[in-house]
Design a binder for this molecule. Structure first.
Ligand SMILES: *[C@@H]1O[C@H](CO)[C@@H](O)[C@H](O)[C@H]1NC(C)=O
Ligand SMILES: *[C@@H]1O[C@H](CO)[C@@H](O)[C@H](O)[C@H]1NC(C)=O
Ligand SMILES: *[C@@H]1O[C@H](CO)[C@@H](O)[C@H](O)[C@H]1NC(C)=O
Length: 965
């Protein structure tokens, strides 16, 4: 869920007729373009694009009116401060305070504000109560660390008049070259320029000015004046935005010289390598837009906005990755243009002849930009995560399979679905309730007729360690005798309209109000609602889904709130729109943290709307997709792009939300969905039931196999989640991330690596296809996951068989992959199961891998209650060593896990001599004598590698041990 119901009553009638006539036609669906602004319909977008066009047209005859006042510059403790002067006329200059911070991490931050607005020295129109300043509180929601100023950054003694150079970063190998007039900045690493600000001259800070009403009868535009047509009130789709502060947008060009690929800035349904946006074949002609919105039946290959926004862009070329993070919560657009490189004639190689220019503009707020100089994709993940936080290590169940639909209609229905999964031996961990579990769409109140006994239902789920997730949205039904609504109003915790009255709009419950989680009192209240005694009918296995938090308002402009609505502190909705969604998630998270005193558990929340920082608290999904092959295919670049943008706990609705998938499509979707970090099936209320056990054979078994494959690899998944939670690395990784020097792979976004396991898969996402053309970058041997067929040869595609029943998966040589092979009903029931280790040897007969394990539930891992191992195979021996650090809870946890053992070791492609071997030596730490285990060698024909299986080495997963072959 959700999105508006697409079928009116007439439609339903019509459809029933069509079905009766036996000719079911899927209605042509596509987004209603007229509901969402094009750049030309958004005043500031149009103005900033026109500004760029004007600057380009004038060429050398034009000079940017922004100048850094040399006399204003001060440098102290890693921070440069000064004033940029914007020349309006010979006499009039606008003061724009500049702060450039050089951070200990090697990241630089550039902030530009406007003095008059900081001082509140402006007049608002329409008697508005809105704040006068530019919004500067995004960082409160987004930034959690990494702001320590560099102690070693220094200003180079001036060698050139009008240029300030700052040395910073590791060993001061970075340099910021700040030119005063016109103002521009170049960021260099090892003497080479990687990021340029305002070198195109598109810097634009729309300073405050009063509205001067033209004299009566004089509505003719004066030729020399700017076009004021979009400065003041703007109307779209019948809604008028009062814009009490007038024009206030900010814009800046950011160039990546020598970089041919840019990635990031989710959320868009588009390729991972971003396209140019100024027209031309294969390009977009609209900028990428970030304005969180409930886009009904969104279209593919589009720069249109979607539900979430992360304004992080990384530029990549062979051997170098750099990035920028544009911290601004207002509506934002980004143009991208690639040109032949002039700045970097020295760079060599196919992909490095290009410069990528990006042009960013936001409707309001400051310019607040972070610059990352890499040089690897991992460094960007790490540094960005230091600032915005890493992925929360989720509860273990959350990485297993989730079963959802709009809606399971009664508690008996839920119990029945639960029983059927068991009957058909299909594992699942979580069942979900969409909107219809509620009484009259009142959040926190169960429908007494359809869900008379929620506790009984939750207890049944708990018998197999299963969980329930229920929907709680930010719109609160405007109704008397509904306690939540009454409290929201009486305590003044709701978002206000421009006149300072409680804002009223339409959403699922009809007339609604919106909780304003910018207000600390509102968050405190919201938090309290999740206590078991408040949210009656919930047990500790109940978790939360925050939907519609863009916010979605059915009768609002662009299906959201008016921009002149007011939030806590009198900030306009315009200022905070894109962070709005995560304020709700923040409050929900704190609510779930401790629902009963002393019972501290990791929360699980799914959010639809998001911004940078959401990864600390939640998982996301790509919203209301459709049951088409094209939507299935698009899910991969979307999930991959989210991963490299710091929010890897991502997935798409398996099966497609709207419409009924064919059995083949559903099957292929499960085989793809098992590679989403967040793996959930979901369906619209008007679709047919499609729980996997309802599908006829052979599809049912094939789907069940796919889900079991996910469960088998859960140890590897959880280890990848752990890595994301400490290093920010994506859980599933695109080709460029794994092979950053292989140019042929940079744009590949339809195959992925699972964490650091060397598992490479390319799910089948087109109809009737029975092979996968998997691209291999390196010269390692790759082995088919199931039968060990060998594929070798870097820089080309290899044809891997992929009939309907097969997920094409390869294992790169050189890895140890942890698995749990015993099928169970839920992941909770696998907790004490033994492990299988798959050792895939590389060209040098070596292999490496890691495993992270904890209780999957509490925060005890923060006090050492976890197992973190490195497995290493070398010189015919496999060893396990501890790579964790001890904490007060380590010993107890290790003790509890002592009987969790390795039951099998599979060695892929061992030397031929092993044919003779029958036993291996097993040495476990603490054991008095070495023991032995049996080994069996299996030769194979037809391009398949041999393998050997060690049976029951019976070493403890948490101990040091060594197996000698
Ligand atoms: C925002 O600006 C105000 C006024 O200039 C200042 O007092 C405040 O510290 C700033 N907040 C942040 C987070 O920088
Ligand atoms: C929610 O926001 C508040 C205020 O910024 C912060 O103190 C708190 O840590 C946040 N909670 C989470 C889970 O990020
Ligand atoms: C594995 O080793 C443990 C501890 O030495 C022992 O208790 C257990 O019986 C062994 N299991 C098997 C299957 O050999």
């Amino acid at each position: 869920m959700a999105g508006r119901r697409p079928l009116s009553t007439c439609w339903t009638l019509f459809l029933s007729l069509v079905i009766l006539l036996g000719c079911f036609i899927i209605p042509g669906v596509s987004v209603k373009h007229e509901n969402f602004k094009k750049c030309s319909q958004s005043g500031f977008c149009k103005r900033n694009r026109a500004y760029a066009d004007d600057v380009s047209a004038k060429g050398a005859s034009w000079s940017s009116p922004y100048e850094l006042d040399s006399s204003s510059i001060q440098f102290k403790d890693g921070q440069l401060q000064g004033t940029i002067l914007k020349s309006i006329s010979a006499e009039e200059k606008v003061k724009l305070p500049l702060v450039v911070s050089f951070l200990e991490s090697g990241v630089a931050r550039v902030v530009i504000d406007e003095e008059k607005r900081i001082n509140g020295d402006i007049e608002l129109r329409h008697n508005s109560r809105a704040r006068k300043e530019r919004y500067n509180e995004s960082e409160k929601w987004v930034i959690v660390g990494g702001l320590e100023l560099s102690k070693s950054a220094t200003v180079e003694s001036e060698t050139e008049a009008g240029v300030t150079k700052v040395l910073y970063g590791p060993e001061n190998a970075y340099q910021a070259v700040i030119r005063h007039a016109p103002f521009d900045v170049e960021f260099k690493r090892d003497g080479q320029t990687h990021v340029q600000l305002n070198n195109k001259g598109y810097l634009n800070m729309e300073h405050w000015r009063p509205k001067v009403d033209a004299p009566e009868g004089d509505d003719e535009q004066k030729p020399e004046q700017e076009d004021e047509g979009t400065w003041w009130e703007e109307t779209f789709g019948g809604n008028t935005d009062s814009k009490p502060r007038g024009p206030e947008s900010v814009g800046l060009d950011i160039t990546f010289p020598g970089y041919n690929h840019v990635f990031g800035i989710p959320e868009h349904a588009d390729s991972m390598s971003l396209r140019e946006t100024r027209g031309g074949s294969g390009n977009h002609d609209e900028p990428y837009r970030l304005y969180n919105a409930d886009v009904f039946e969104y279209e593919l290959n589009s720069p249109m906005t979607l539900y979430g926004a992360i304004p992080l862009m990384q530029a990549h070329r062979a051997g170098s990755t750099v990035g920028v993070f544009w911290l601004n919560a207002a509506e934002t657009w980004i143009d991208i243009v690639k040109t032949t490189s002039t700045a970097n004639p020295l760079s060599l190689g196919v992909g490095s002849k290009m410069d990528t220019q990006s042009h960013w503009f936001s409707e309001a707020g400051q310019i607040d930009l972070f610059v990352f100089l890499g040089p690897t994709p991992q460094e960007i993940s790490k540094k960005y995560g230091e600032l915005t936080g890493y992925t929360q290590l989720p509860q273990h169940f959350a990485i297993a399979y989730h079963q959802c639909r709009w809606n399971y209609i009664t508690d008996e229905d839920v119990k029945d679905v639960d029983r059927n999964f068991d009957k058909y031996q299909i594992p699942y961990d979580v069942i979900w309730l969409d909107l219809e579990y509620l009484d009259d769409r009142k959040y926190f109140v169960w429908d007494p007729l359809t869900f008379p006994n929620p506790i009984g239902m939750e207890e049944q789920l708990d018998d197999t360690e299963r969980k329930l997730v229920v929907l709680i949205d930010p719109h609160i039904k405007n109704k008397e005798k509904y306690a939540i609504s009454e409290e929201l109003q009486s305590k003044n915790l709701a978002t206000l309209n421009k006149d300072g009255e409680i804002y009223e709009g339409w959403c699922w419950p009809g007339s609604s109000h919106w909780v304003d989680c910018f207000n600390p009192e509102a968050r405190k209240w919201w938090k309290s609602l999740f206590k078991y005694e408040k949210f009656k009918g919930t047990l500790s296995n109940v978790f939360i889904w925050n939907d519609m938090n863009e916010p979605s308002v059915f009768n609002g402009p662009e299906t959201t709130m008016p921009k002149d609505n007011l939030h806590h502190g009198n900030w306009e909705h315009r200022d905070i729109h894109n962070v709005n969604g995560i304020t709700l998630v923040n409050a929900t998270y704190d609510g779930l943290l401790e629902r009963k005193k002393g019972e501290l558990r990791r929360p699980f929340i799914l959010t639809r709307s998001y911004y940078a920082g959401a990864q600390r608290m939640s998982a996301m999904w790509t919203g209301d997709n459709q049951a088409t092959w094209e939507h299935l295919a698009m899910s991969l670049p979307m999930v991959l792009n989210n991963g490299i943008s710091g929010f890897p706990f991502a997935g798409a609705d398996v099966g497609g939300f709207f419409h009924n998938p064919s059995k083949d499509l559903l099957t292929r979707w499960y085989q793809t969905g098992i590679w989403y970090p967040f793996f959930r099936a979901h369906a619209h209320i008007d679709t047919r039931r499609r729980e996997p056990y309802l599908i006829s054979e052979p599809h049912r078994s094939i789907i069940a196999q796919a889900i079991r494959l996910r469960y088998q690899l859960l140890p590897a998944w959880y280890t990848a989640f752990h890595e994301a939670s400490v290093n920010g690395t994506p859980i599933v990784r695109p080709q460029f991330y794994a092979h950053p020097s292989d140019e042929a792979g940079f744009a590949i976004d339809d195959q992925l690596y699972l964490g650091s396991t060397g598992i490479l898969t390319k799910p089948v996402v087109s109809e009737g296809t029975t092979t996968a053309e998997i691209y291999i970058a390196d010269d390692e041997k790759y082995y088919d996951y199931f039968d060990y067929t060998v594929y070798q040869g870097g820089g080309k595609r290899h044809t891997v068989p992929a009939p309907l029943e097969k997920v094409p998966i390869l294992m790169q040589g050189g890895h140890v992959i942890p698995r749990k092979d015993r099928p169970r009903r839920s992941s909770g029931l696998m907790k004490w199961d033994p492990y299988t280790l798959v050792v895939v040897l590389d060209k040098n007969s070596e292999a490496d891998g890691t495993l992270y394990v904890d209780d999957g539930e509490t925060f005890d891992y923060e006090r050492g209650a976890y197992i973190h191992r490195r497995f290493h195979y070398q010189d015919s021996a496999l060893s396990s060593e501890d790579i964790g650090t001890q904490g007060p809870k380590t010993a107890d946890y290790q003790k509890a896990m002592a009987n969790v053992r390795v039951e099998r070791v599979v060695v892929v492609d061992p030397p031929k001599e092993w044919q003779e071997k029958t036993i291996v030596t097993v040495i476990e730490d603490g054991a008095k004598i070495a023991s032995t285990a049996s080994i069996e060698y299996y030769d194979q024909q037809g391009g398949k590698a041999p393998y050997a299986v060690v049976k029951n080495p019976n070493v403890s997963i948490g101990k040091n041990w060594r197996i000698e072959f």
